[in-house]
Design a protein around this ligand. Structure first.
Ligand code: URA
Length: 242
């Protein structure tokens, strides 16, 4: 919910997860809601959500506008908020978080796992996705084929993809090398299927892909695929550069 100054009391309470508009109307009728100490009588009362003190049954309602969630996206789920047929990442969220209408910041392919930030903070999302900001994204991948020192050099110089686009310099690290190699790769842009296409350009195939970091945010390894948690205050500040 954008901060548009004063808002209807029932709308604020619905946003904070206190029930449907109808249920909230009932709460107000039962004299269970106070604004700045006074019993509220009108669901349409205009209130400053961040300044006025709102209480329900004597408990102060902590207003907040934004939500920031770190998800370990599982394979098989789309990075979207709705789809007619397939499961989307917001299907994995609890109602208490869904009421904030979070959306995924950028996309991971359906078969990619790992770090996905979901928020309703459009400004932050814009900053993280802006091509001008070159926010680093680090991936762990398994590769069919032997990844070589030459690949490291080519990735460092920037390689030409199938559509002729030359990638920015990226940092490739070989973890294990063999017919199935394991690597870490940090890229500073986010073209469609970028990691897969970079390896295709050097004649290799990504067989498993997991994002492990984005900007200052590192995937919490305690999160199983499909699990998520709110960012800590420290993570939130780091991300916003505060
Ligand atoms: N690169 C890819 O190829 N896929 C992703 O999901 C993310 C980066």
């Amino acid at each position: 919910m954008a901060n548009k100054g004063k808002q209807r009391l029932d709308k604020i309470l619905a946003h904070m997860g206190l029930g449907t508009r109808k249920e909230i109307k009932k709460l107000i009728k039962e004299k269970r809601v106070r604004v700045n100490g006074e019993i509220a009588k009108d669901p349409g009362l205009q209130v400053w959500p961040s300044q006025d003190r709102i209480e329900v049954d004597g408990e102060k309602i902590e207003y907040r506008e934004f939500i920031y969630l770190m998800m370990n996206k599982p394979q098989g789920v789309l990075s979207a908020t709705e789809d007619h047929i397939q499961e989307v990442v917001t299907d994995l969220l609890e109602p208490e978080h869904l009421i904030f209408h979070p959306f995924p910041v950028g996309r991971l392919d359906k078969d990619t796992e790992g770090l996905l930030l979901l928020t309703n903070d459009g400004q932050l999302a814009h900053q993280l996705l802006s091509p001008k900001k070159h926010v680093p994204k680090t991936y762990y991948a398994t590769i069919q084929g032997v990844v070589t020192e030459e690949d490291i050099d080519r990735f460092r110089e920037g390689i030409v993809l199938d559509d002729g686009y030359q990638t920015l310099p990226s940092e490739l690290k070989i973890l294990t090398s063999g017919p199935q190699s394991e690597i870490k790769l940090t890229i500073y842009e986010g073209k469609f299927h970028q990691v897969k296409r970079m390896f295709e350009a050097v004649g290799k195939k990504v067989t498993y892909l997991k994002r492990i970091a984005m900007g200052p945010l590192i995937l919490d390894e305690d999160l199983e695929p499909g699990e998520y948690r709110e960012l800590t205050e420290e993570e939130r500040k780091l991300l916003k550069g505060e």
